[in-house]
Design a protein around this ligand. Structure first.
Ligand code: KIV
Length: 280
């Protein structure tokens, strides 16, 4: 039996019914399976891949091929979730044709349902072009990690009235350009609430307060796998890194002591066959 994935329409109806939408990142087959089986409505193949999986300092080194490679595994690992893939740095900012060509490649090669782009008014033409081709687009405002250099670091955004006003305008522009969802990252909760109320499309927060229509977090932060610095908005729900490390330590110890493998982990052959094999 085929299980249908969540649709943009169902996600919009969840906002209208005031039901919270859940999103978590995933980067490979097992993390996608875990998220999907747990029941999230949406999975984001975030370019945070660069930090938590590939070991870069930021997301700028992540390529289109990286996102396609990991996106394919996430689509294979999930059945019900609506899968959104981040368009990486410089794959949509150059011009709208380039943006559409790259968007098409990601969707065609991965089978994902939607794409996420960082930015507001400046990327409105790219969003229009991609949505006109029938590809669902998620906008991303606030702390946009691809612009970390320009933002002066990983800081709360929108505390300044001009920046807050521009963010509201950006959110409305993204909705007008055809985006079906917006992610708000690391902004004051009051601004998160205003934008959520002004938009008719779902608003998903990450460090944007409790009034957003849903929440997103990075899988490796939630599970306690990532050893790097964690932002204030992260809540860790499991200690998987410690558990995994304990498992590897136990394995090392048993191999060294010779208590692994036991007979039940081995294969056998008959003496006669061995004798024949050993004959000249
Ligand atoms: O790349 C990512 O994981 C993201 C989320 C933090 C929203 O963009």
């Amino acid at each position: 039996m085929t299980v249908n994935r969540f649709t943009t329409l169902e996600l919009k109806e969840m906002k209208q019914r005031k039901e919270k939408i859940t999103m978590i990142t995933a980067y490979d087959y097992p993390t996608a399976q875990i998220a999907d089986e747990a029941g999230v409505e949406t999975i984001l193949v975030g370019d945070s891949l660069g930090n938590v999986v590939l070991g870069y300092d930021n997301t700028l080194a992540v390529t289109l091929n990286d996102m396609i490679h990991h996106g394919k595994a996430v689509v294979r690992g999930s059945k019900r979730a609506f899968v959104i893939i981040d368009m990486p740095f410089l794959t949509y900012q150059i011009n709208s044709e380039d943006a559409l060509r790259n968007a098409g490649r990601i969707i065609q090669e991965t089978g994902a349902q939607g794409l996420k782009l960082e930015g507001g008014v400046e990327i409105a033409e790219a969003v229009k072009g991609i949505t006109s081709a029938g590809i669902p687009v998620v906008g991303h405002l606030g702390l946009t990690p691809q612009s970390v250099g320009q933002l002066g670091g990983y800081k709360v955004q929108g505390k300044d009235p001009q920046v807050a006003r521009k963010m509201i305008k950006d959110a409305l522009t993204l909705e007008d350009a055809g985006a079906f969802m917006v992610v708000l990252e690391c902004i004051p909760w009051q601004l998160g609430k205003v934008i959520t109320e002004k938009l008719s499309i779902p608003v998903i927060g990450i460090g944007a307060g409790a009034y957003c229509d849903g929440q997103v977090l990075v899988f490796h932060d939630v599970m306690g796998i990532y050893a790097g610095k964690r932002p204030k908005f992260v809540k860790q729900y499991a200690a998987a890194r410690d558990e995994m490390k304990k498992g590897v330590e136990a394995y090392i110890s048993e191999v060294r002591q010779g208590t692994y493998p036991e007979e039940k982990h081995t294969f056998t052959m008959s003496e006669e066959i061995l004798e024949i094999a050993l004959k000249e």
